[in-house]
Design a protein around this ligand. Structure first.
Ligand SMILES: NC(=O)C1=CN([C@@H]2O[C@H](COP(=O)(O)OP(=O)(O)OC[C@H]3O[C@@H](n4cnc5c(N)ncnc54)[C@H](OP(=O)(O)O)[C@@H]3O)[C@@H](O)[C@H]2O)C=CC1
Ligand SMILES: O=C(O)CCC(=O)C(=O)O
Ligand SMILES: [Mg+2]
Length: 735
C-alpha cells in the first residue's frame, strides 16, 4: 500500500450526507490538487462497501471490491499515511439489516443477517457481520491520539454570529438519572502490567463448571488493564424506579447511550430499558414475542414490526404506553421514540442538543418538555449532571463571549472502553469471572450473576505517553489552563494518574497542569469559558467523544466545524472531518426536497491540514500553497456566510462548494509563492466569477423537487452525481 502508487492523500468514501457532499466537493479537490501534482485517491469505508468486501465468494468477479478498511488499517501504521476521514455509519443491527436487504435487492447475493446462527455457514456470516457492526472503522484507523479544537477563524465567527440558545431556568425539572451502585464505575478494578502478558477470561459457574469466555488476549508491558461489570438486577431495579419517578415528575423519559461505539454492552443496556418500559407486556406475552423473533436489544421499532399482526399484544402495548411517562421522541412527526432504534439516540450528540435547547426534548405531542435523562453508568454521567446544574444556577452560556474548551483525547490503539468489545460478555450463569495471566496470576476477579454485563478494557503505555506529550506540547503552544480529567477515586483513573504525574514531573511542567475528576473538571471548564477564557480538556477516549460534541455544540452550535487531527504514532496524519456523524435526516431532506444542509466546514478544515502535512512530510512546496489557500477560502466562506442554510430554498451544500472553489481559486491566483499555480488558477478564478449567475441558476434549477439516488446505503453513483453536480457550467470549469 505504501508503494509509489499510493496517492499523496486518501479521501474516504462514506455514507449518507457526507458522502452526498463528497459527490460535489471531491471533484473540485481532485482537480485543484492535480494542478499542483498532488494525487487524491479514494478508499471505501462505507457500510455497504464493508459488507461487500466481507463476502467476495458470494459475488461475481465484477461485483467484488477490495477490503479498503484493511488496507487503510495498514497504511495508518506507516509514516506515509495522509488520510482525510469523513464520518461513516456505525451500524446498529436494524441499519445493518436494511443495508443487507438493499444490496440483495441490487443483485448482490450476500447472506441474510443470521439473528440466531445455527449452521456453520450462518455462524461464519454472523461473525463477519459482527465485525462490521457498530463503530468498526474509527478504532481501526485511530493509530494516534486525538487533538480536536475549533480553528481560530471558526471560533471568532461563532462569537461574532452567536447562535440561538434555549433558556435555562432554575425551576427546570430536567435532570440526569444514574445508578446508585452496581454499575461499571462501582465495580471497576484496574492494574498496570509490569511485563508483557497473555490472559484468559474464565467464568466458574456456581455449579463448578468452567466456561472459557476468551483466550489469548495479549498485552505489552505497561498496559493498564481494567475489568468491571454492571449488575443486571441493579440495572433493572434502577430503570423501573426511574420510569415511575419520571411519571410522577411529569417529564419525558429519555435514555442516552452509545450503542454504536459500545456495540456489545450498550445494546444490552438498551434492551433492558425496552423490557422495563414494556414490563407488563413482556410478563404476559414474553414467550410468544420470543417466538416471533422479538429481541428487545433491537428496539421498539423492530418489536412493533414483529408483533403488529397480534391484536392482543398490540392492545397490551397500547395499554402499557398509556400508563407510562411520555417518551422523548427522535422524530415525533413519524412516531419514532427514544426506544425505537438503539443507534438513534447517541449520548455524545443527544445530551448536548438537549442542553443547548435549555434542557428540553421533544415529546409525543410534538412539543418541547423537560426530561429525565437516564444515563445508567456513573463513570461519565456526572459531566452532564454538572453541566445541567451549572446552567440551572447560572443561566445559558453566551456564545458571543464564551471562551473555548479544546480536547486532547487518549484514543490510540483502541484505548479504554472503546476497545473493549472483544472482552465484553453477557454472563450466562451465576458464578465468578476471573481474568487469569499465563503464570496463573489472577489479575481481576468478580462475583457475577446471570445477565450481568462484564467487560475488560485496556490502555497501552505508548499511547498514554504520547497523549501526555501531546498535552505538554499543546499547553506550551497555547498557555491555556490545562486539566487532566481523571478521578483519583476511580480504579482506572488512579492507574493513569500514577503514569501521568511522573512524566509531568520529569519534564518539569507539573505546575502547569491540574488533575480533576470529571464533575469538578466540568465545573472548572464551564467557569473558565464563561469568563471568556480558554482551556484544554485532556481526557480519556470516552470523554474525548462526549466533550467534542458537548462544548462545540454549546460554543459553535455544531461539532461539524471542528478541526479534528489525529497525529498517528508512526508519523502519518489522519484528518477527521468535524466531530459529528452522518446525520441521517439530512439525506431525507435531500430526497424529499433536494436540499442538502450538510456543512462541509469540517472537510475544508481537514483539507487545509492535510495539504500542509503533505508539504511538511514530503517537502512539497506546492502542497503548502494549496493548503494555505484552502484556509483563505474557508475564511471566505465564514466571512461571506456561505455555509448551507437549514431549509429548502436557502443556499445549500452545493452552493457552498461553488463558493469554496471560487475563493480557493482566487486565493491561488492571488498568492505570490508559486507563480505557476497563480497563472494556472487566474483563469479558473475568472471563469468561476464570470459564471456566477449561470452556475447558481443551474445549481438551483431542480431545488424543491424529490430526487432519487437509486439507493440509500449503496446509491447509484451516476444518479448521485447528476443530483449533486447539476451545473454544467461549473463542471466544465472544474474539468
Ligand atoms: N466519526 C464518525 O464516523 C462518526 C459517525 N457517527 C455516525 O453518524 C450517524 C449519526 O449520528 P448522530 O449521533 O445522530 O450524530 P450527528 O452528528 O450525525 O447528528 C447530530 C446533529 O449534528 C448536526 N450536524 C452534524 N454534522 C453536521 C454537518 N456537517 N452539517 C450540518 N449539521 C451537522 C445536526 O444537528 P442540528 O440539526 O442541530 O444542526 C445533526 O442532526 C450514526 O450512524 C453514527 O454512528 C457519529 C459520530 C461520529
Ligand atoms: O465511531 C463512531 O461510531 C463515532 C465516533 C465519534 O462519535 C467520535 O469520535 O466523536
Ligand atoms: Mg462523537
Amino acid at each position: 500500500m505504501t508503494d509509489q502508487n499510493t496517492p499523496d492523500i486518501i479521501y474516504t468514501k462514506v455514507d449518507e450526507a457526507p458522502e452526498l457532499a463528497s459527490a460535489s466537493l471531491l471533484p473540485i479537490i481532485q482537480s485543484f490538487a492535480a494542478a499542483a501534482g498532488v494525487s487524491v485517491g479514494i478508499r471505501d469505508i462505507s457500510l455497504a462497501g464493508r459488507i461487500l468486501a466481507a463476502f467476495p465468494e458470494n459475488l461475481t468477479p465484477e461485483q467484488r471490491i477490495s477490503d479498503d478498511l484493511a488496507i487503510l488499517g495498514e497504511l495508518v501504521k506507516t509514516p506515509e499515511a495522509n488520510v482525510i476521514k469523513l464520518p461513516n455509519i456505525s451500524a446498529s443491527v436494524p441499519q445493518l439489516v436494511a443495508a443487507i436487504r438493499e444490496l440483495q435487492g441490487q443483485g448482490y447475493a450476500i447472506p441474510d443477517y443470521p439473528e440466531t446462527p445455527a449452521t456453520e455457514a450462518e455462524k461464519t456470516a454472523r461473525a463477519r457481520y459482527d465485525a462490521i457492526k457498530g463503530s468498526a472503522v474509527n478504532p481501526v484507523l485511530r493509530e494516534g491520539n486525538s487533538d480536536r479544537r475549533a480553528a481560530t477563524a471558526v471560533k471568532k465567527y461563532a462569537q461574532a454570529n452567536p447562535h440561538r440558545m434555549g433558556e435555562w431556568t432554575r425551576d427546570s425539572k430536567t435532570r440526569v438519572a444514574s445508578m446508585a451502585g452496581g454499575d461499571f464505575r462501582a465495580n471497576e478494578t484496574s492494574a498496570t502490567l509490569g511485563a508483557a502478558a497473555k490472559a484468559r477470561i474464565v467464568l466458574t459457574a456456581a455449579d463448578g463448571s468452567e466456561h472459557l469466555l476468551k483466550d489469548g488476549v495479549s498485552y505489552p508491558a505497561g498496559t493498564v488493564v481494567d475489568a468491571t461489570y454492571m449488575s443486571a438486577a441493579a440495572l433493572s431495579d434502577f430503570l423501573a424506579q426511574e420510569i415511575a419517578r419520571t411519571k410522577a415528575e411529569g417529564t419525558l423519559f429519555s435514555l442516552h447511550l452509545k450503542a454504536t461505539m459500545m456495540k456489545v454492552s450498550d445494546p444490552i443496556i438498551f434492551g433492558h430499558a425496552v423490557r422495563a418500559f414494556l414490563a407488563p407486556v413482556f410478563e404476559a406475552f414474553g414467550d410468544r414475542m420470543a417466538a416471533l423473533g422479538v429481541n428487545p436489544n433491537s428496539g421498539l421499532g423492530d418489536l412493533l414490526e414483529r408483533v403488529k399482526g397480534e391484536a392482543d399484544i398490540m392492545a397490551a402495548i397500547e395499554a402499557c404506553m398509556g400508563e407510562r411517562p411520555p417518551l422523548y421522541m427522535v422524530d415525533s412527526d413519524r412516531g419514532i421514540t427514544n426506544l425505537h432504534v438503539p443507534s438513534d439516540v447517541i449520548v455524545d450528540a443527544s445530551m448536548p442538543a438537549l442542553i443547548r435547547a435549555g434542557g428540553k426534548g421533544w415529546g409525543p405531542d410534538g412539543k418541547e418538555h423537560d426530561a429525565v435523562c437516564v444515563i445508567p453508568d456513573t463513570c461519565y454521567a456526572p459531566v452532564y449532571d454538572e453541566t445541567i446544574e451549572f446552567f440551572k444556577q447560572n443561566g445559558k452560556l453566551n456564545p458571543a463571549t464564551a471562551g473555548t474548551v479544546q480536547n486532547l483525547g487518549l484514543m490510540a490503539q483502541k484505548a479504554e472502553e472503546y476497545g473493549s468489545h472483544p472482552t465484553t460478555f453477557e454472563i450466562p450463569a451465576d458464578g465468578v469471572v476471573r481474568m487469569v495471566l499465563e503464570d496463573g496470576t489472577i489479575l481481576h476477579e468478580h462475583k457475577v450473576q446471570k445477565g450481568d454485563i462484564w467487560r475488560s478494557a485496556s490502555a497501552r503505555k505508548a499511547p498514554i505517553e504520547d497523549w501526555v506529550n501531546l498535552a505538554i506540547e499543546r499547553q506550551a503552544i497555547t498557555g491555556y489552563r490545562s486539566i487532566f480529567w481523571l478521578d483519583e477515586t476511580r480504579a482506572h483513573d488512579a492507574q493513569l494518574i500514577a503514569m501521568v504525574k511522573p512524566i509531568l514531573e520529569a519534564r518539569g511542567v507539573a505546575d502547569k497542569f491540574e488533575i480533576m475528576a470529571p464533575r469538578e473538571a466540568t465545573r472548572a471548564s464551564l467557569e473558565t469559558i464563561t469568563k471568556g477564557e480558554n482551556c484544554i480538556a485532556i481526557t480519556g477516549n470516552v470523554l474525548r467523544d462526549y466533550l467534542t460534541d458537548l462544548f462545540p455544540i454549546l460554543e459553535l452550535a455544531t461539532s461539524a466545524k471542528m478541526l479534528s487531527i489525529v497525529k498517528l504514532m508512526q508519523g502519518g496524519g489522519l484528518f477527521e472531518t468535524g466531530a459529528g456523524g452522518s446525520a441521517p435526516k439530512h439525506v431525507q431532506q435531500l430526497q424529499g426536497e433536494n436540499h442538502l444542509r450538510w456543512d462541509s466546514l469540517g472537510e475544508f478544515c481537514a483539507l487545509g491540514e492535510s495539504f500542509r502535512f503533505l508539504a511538511q512530510t514530503k517537502g512539497n512546496a506546492k502542497a503548502k500553497v494549496l493548503g494555505d489557500a484552502v484556509d483563505t477560502a474557508t475564511q471566505g466562506i465564514l466571512d461571506h456566510d456561505r455555509s448551507p442554510g437549514r431549509k429548502a430554498g436557502e443556499p445549500d451544500n452545493r452552493d457552498s462548494h461553488y463558493w469554496f472553489a471560487r475563493y480557493w481559486a482566487e486565493a491561488l491566483a492571488a498568492q505570490t509563492e508559486d507563480a505557476g499555480l497563480a497563472a494556472h488558477f487566474a483563469p479558473v478564478a475568472k471563469a468561476l466569477s464570470d459564471g456566477e449567475a449561470a452556475i447558481l441558476a443551474e445549481l438551483h434549477a431542480a431545488r424543491g423537487q424529490a430526487v432519487d439516488q437509486g439507493g440509500y446505503y449503496h446509491p447509484d453513483p451516476v444518479k448521485t452525481a447528476a443530483i449533486m453536480r447539476p451545473s454544467a457550467t461549473l463542471n466544465a470549469i472544474i474539468g
